[in-house]
Structure formats: structure tokens, C-alpha cells
Write a protein that binds this ligand. Structure first.
Ligand code: FES
Length: 178
């Protein structure tokens, strides 16, 4: 009697063990169905496409700018669209002074656009910028203030020359007054 009951229990346990993997399997019932959830989960798709999208955006949102110093040494940098030339210069250790910190009240961020084609793509200078440019050292017909120039896609590839000197009229005025 006991032997037959033990045998029955063992048979039940074996049946359960044989069935167990099938009952714990995902409802899709196969390997690819289970892992297919991971690969086709919209969250995973969103994540990977977001990364690709960001990479795509970076290419669109950054432009190449070349600075040429007074010794004709070139420095190529990437600038995010929307950043001023002055800010970009400071972030990349380019010697562009910016004494008034971009408030259009000096001319120490004077740069010369080397190519008229790019110069024509810039917004027209405001009266304030023109007033400051009049005080700039080595003014040319393609001179601009770096703090008033903002990177935009059309300026990709622009080349900017740094004048051999700058004049800070605020300092000049101070020097004359003392
Ligand atoms: Fe002074 Fe540009 S930083 S005018």
C-alpha cells in the first residue's frame, strides 16, 4: 500500500517536472517569441532611435569654423548652432578677448570674415555694433564683432581672422582721463 502510494507520488512529481518548463515558458511558446519581446519592445526601439536621432542632430547642429591667428596659424573647431563666436572662441582657448563680455560695448572681439560670401550670410550689424566696429583696430569691410555673430547652419565652413591687435576704447578713455 505504502509502496504504491509512493510510486503514485513519484509519478505525479515526474509529470510535474516534465510539464514545468512548458508551463513556465512565455505565452508565445518559443525562444524567439520570448526574446522577440526584448528586441521589439517599443522602449528599446525608442532608446536606440533616440541615440541615432541625437547623432543625426549633432551633425546638423554643429558647424565648422576656422580661426586664423596673426601668425597665420589655423585652428579648426566645431560650434553648436546658436552659440556666439566669442563664446565658442573662449571655450576653445582661442585668443579673442571680449572685454565687455559680449555686451557690444568694446571692440576687443573684432574678427575679420575672410570670405565675402560668408560675410553676406550674416545678419546685418546693428547700429551699436557698427559704432563699436568704428573703434576697432585694423577695421576691414568684412569686420564683425565676435560676440554679435551667432553660429547658424549657413555659416558652416566660415573662416575668421583674428586681427593682430585690438583696441579697447574703454581702456583708452581711461588712459586719456588719467
Ligand atoms: Fe565687447 Fe564684443 S565683447 S563688443
Amino acid at each position: 500500500m505504502l509502496v504504491s502510494r509512493l510510486s503514485a507520488v513519484r509519478t505525479q512529481m515526474i509529470k510535474h517536472l516534465v510539464k514545468a518548463p512548458l508551463t513556465s515558458a512565455p505565452k508565445t511558446g518559443n525562444f524567439s517569441g520570448h526574446y522577440g519581446y526584448i528586441f521589439h519592445n517599443p522602449k528599446h526601439q525608442t532608446y536606440s532611435s533616440t541615440t541615432a536621432h541625437e547623432e543625426g542632430d549633432k551633425k546638423v547642429e554643429e558647424i565648422s569654423v576656422t580661426f586664423v591667428d596673426k601668425d597665420e596659424m589655423e585652428k579648426h573647431i566645431k560650434i553648436p548652432v546658436g552659440m556666439s563666436i566669442l563664446e565658442a572662441a573662449h571655450e576653445n582657448d582661442i585668443e579673442l578677448e571680449g572685454a565687455c563680455e559680449g555686451s557690444c560695448a568694446c571692440s576687443t572681439c573684432h574678427v575679420i570674415v575672410r570670405d565675402m560670401e560668408y560675410y553676406n550670410k550674416l545678419e546685418d550689424p546693428t547700429d551699436e555694433e557698427n559704432d563699436m566696429l568704428d573703434l576697432a583696430f585694423g577695421l576691414t569691410e568684412t569686420s564683425r564683432l565676435g560676440c554679435q555673430m551667432v553660429a547658424k547652419p549657413e555659416l558652416d565652413g566660415i573662416c575668421l581672422e583674428l586681427p593682430s591687435a585690438t583696441r579697447n576704447f574703454a581702456v583708452d578713455r581711461y588712459a586719456k582721463a588719467t
